[in-house]
Design a protein around this ligand. Sequence first.
Ligand code: ADP
Length: 270
Amino acid sequence: FDVHGAPIIGNDHQLKGIVLVFHDITELKKLEQTRKDFVANVSHELKTPVTSLKGFTETLLGGAMDDEELRLKFLTIIAKESERLESLIHDLLELSKIEGEQFQLRWQKLKLESIVDEVLVMLEEKALQKNVSLEFEVNGNTTIEGDPYRLKQVIINIVNNAVSYTPEDGEITVRLLEETETVILEVEDTGIGISKKELPRLFERFYRVDRARSRNSGGTGLGLAIVKHLSEAHKAKVTVESEVGKGTLFRLEFRKERYEDNKENEDQID
Ligand code: ADP
């Protein structure tokens, strides 16, 4: 509590009482803590690849360069860590843009089916390398109102996760299903799954069930935070069902038409 006090003085200049105002600042404190945690997380996440880049460069300069095998090994690590750093900075900038007050979606009529097609082409190679199959089923007309660029980001993050967290020979099925007022997108995998305990925290920034696995798959821990924000901006409902060792199902329900209050910003751009 934040407490302010003021005396009540009577006409006879005597102290009659004191007014105390108790201000509940629990929410403010929580917000402040979240901000602090975020800065600490970002610093940590940035520091890890930089330390590794510095270490391997110094080792190379210190003589390892003369050994052909070591040179190749260390340069490969340096290239991978630079890429990680690049994705992290990219995701951080995206998240800060999406969370910013100026952020606006560029609404238009679009076909979800075409966006999913593009995403599957992008991720085909990654799935193939693990012999993971990518099936796509469409039922009905998948036209909705939304921001195609942002929806592609959402779908990439979810399908990319499905590929990352599904071991060799697994299966991923993407489904689009038209309902009366919505179009449902489902991404189902036969991967490692997520326990009930972890599910509520999944969409937090930097939350990972297994940090090492996420790092290995090139994850930044920000993908689902981005998904959450963009889905909320589209007024889409997101649900996750999962069973450890069996697989995971992400379901997004998109409204075919945007809410009236979203229409005010029709012609503005972000
Ligand atoms: P990351 O970059 O680590 O993948 P995300 O925000 O995209 O970060 O996801 C957060 C965490 O949720 C992941 O680290 C992973 O532990 C878990 N996760 C996301 N999608 C799946 C999935 N399809 N199967 C199992 N775990 C998943």
